[in-house]
Design a protein around this ligand. Structure first.
Ligand SMILES: CC(C)(COP(=O)(O)OP(=O)(O)OC[C@H]1O[C@@H](n2cnc3c(N)ncnc32)[C@H](O)[C@@H]1OP(=O)(O)O)[C@@H](O)C(=O)NCCC(=O)NCCS
Length: 166
């Protein structure tokens, strides 16, 4: 059996607003029906109600995406739709994205950040709690999801609501 070599790479990441040019790469980790909403989301971002943020490698390749909604809860920014490319999860990229989102909130003078974690997603909830978020409630939620046969179905769930004072 050959020797296994190991190495550690320090990866500088950039967080910036999503553009049309990011869409082909994002399609690698968002399903088609979500990608179909992206042009309208870019338009919403131009009106200022939402920021769509992507985390990029030094080559400019987006490897994670999330949104900060500005008009959902008065006085707070609401982080949603976080997704890190599957092969690159659990190495700190989600943390970088959440911290960058909080920076944007502070820059607007907001003092609270909010985020939701689906009830059956304890790892996401643990991450948010590790970053200082505190559970304050729960609410029913639903969204379209692609079924194995390719058709869309409504997925019903419950989300735990967390918030953090900035
Ligand atoms: C949830 C999600 C956005 C978090 O992003 P992430 O990049 O995986 O998060 P982080 O790496 O910053 O932190 C999460 C984990 O990495 C660990 N971690 C963070 N930084 C680390 C580092 N430098 N070295 C080693 N481990 C680290 C954390 O302890 C945590 O542990 P876990 O693997 O047991 O969960 C991502 O996993 C994802 O896209 N999941 C699928 C979609 C989803 O669930 N979205 C959230 C909806 S609420």
């Amino acid at each position: 059996m050959g020797t296994i070599h190991t190495g550690v790479v320090k990866l500088p990441l950039t967080v910036r607003d999503m553009t049309e040019a990011d869409l082909p790469e994002l399609a690698c980790f968002y399903p088609g029906h979500v990608m179909a909403t992206m042009p309208a989301e870019l338009e919403r971002a131009r009106t200022g109600v939402v920021d769509h943020l992507v985390v990029c490698t030094p080559a400019g390749v987006p490897v994670a995406k999330g949104a900060v909604n500005w008009d959902e809860i008065p006085g707070a920014g609401v982080i949603s739709t976080l997704s890190v490319r599957a092969e690159l999860r659990s190495i700190g990229i989600g943390t970088v994205l959440i911290q960058a989102s909080e920076e944007r909130m502070r820059a607007r003078g907001l003092s609270r950040s909010e985020i939701g974690a689906e009830e059956n997603n304890p790892r996401a909830r643990a991450l948010y709690e590790r970053l200082g978020y505190v559970v304050y409630g729960c609410e029913p939620a639903s969204w379209d999801e692609e079924k194995p046969d390719g058709t869309l179905g409504r997925y019903e769930t419950t989300c735990t609501l967390l918030r953090k004072d900035l």
